[in-house]
Design a protein around this ligand. Sequence first.
Ligand code: 9Z3
Length: 370
Amino acid sequence: MNGHATVSNGASDKIPAESMDYFATNPQPPTLRFHSAAAKAFIEQHARENRRVAIVTSGGTTVPLENQTVRFIDNFSAGTRGATSAEYFLEAGYAVIFLHRQFSLLPYSRHYSHSTNCFLDFMTHNDAGAVVVENEYQKQMSSVLDRYRTAKKENTLLLLSFTSVNEYLWTLRELAIQIQPLGANGLFYLAAAVSDFFVPAERMAEHKIQSSEDFNPSHPDGEDGEGEEAPAARMEGKKLVIDLDPVPKFLKTLVDTWAPHSMIISFKLETDPSLLATKARYALEKYSHQLVIGNLLNTRKWEVLFVSAKEGERWIRVPAGRRTKSHTGFGEDMNAAHSGPAIEIESLIVPAVAKMHADMIANGDPRHAA
Ligand code: 9Z3
């Protein structure tokens, strides 16, 4: 199994030992049982209604440096890909579990949140003094509102949040186990920007790391006086030194063990264009799932590379003149020559994914062919 040590897990297949160790040594977040209960009820409803369920992950994960967290490592993701894609999955008839970084963009409200599109800029008073939406935004806002209210009424959107990479991993595993009864009707769309490195619980400082040497415990030779390991983040002289462990490769476990019958779509993010296709192909081979969507940091809003065993490689692109850099999808076309309203790339990605999923359901997953 790609060089992973494995341990037997009784009833199920083999789980890479590092994944087992992770959950044995890093604490279950307090939110897990609420998330689990909410997901169970949601999945049961949609199983009864024979609806496909997409688990969409979104936003960046934090890596706390202290248990009582003051400082943490974070990344750039605002959750645009995830929040936008979730809307298109709903439009395609899926129920969506939106596993997102707390305070990142949300489906529907993304159109009017954060400082670039504050909802207050869309409001005014009418003659009677009531607060109303400005005339020019009525149509747009009414369409977003209708879709939002439909999702609420039909209970097709479940919002679950995480902050740290630990919360993300525990919740992802829980959702994968919960979604198993749906078989091939389940889909994972892993758009969250998950940290590759973390501070393991046993090397996490309890309290705020003191920047002043006068208030810091010393850790000679990386060990403290009592033979315990030094915290992963610590002061050495005047420097803050952080040594992180790699996050185990959970995609392998997700594909092989946690959700072997779901369709799994991972994203591969690169900054160097010459690496993107190679790294996406490598991920597909390594994890043997259905689809890798490659994207580059600087062009991710208008082009992505689909890499799958079934269809090979193909680029999906928003035509020049229809591109948007905004997270709202309205206006802000970056090109001087506009040739029509802006197109969100997720409106092209999600239907293509849904079609591959429908084919997989109709024809069976080649991974499970005898
Ligand atoms: C992505 O590649 C997403 O498309 C983005 C979306 C994070 C670029 P935004 O939130 O950005 O819309 O601003 N997500 C996955 C990135 C990732 O961490 N992938 C792992 C990797 O590249 C593999 S699962 O190694």
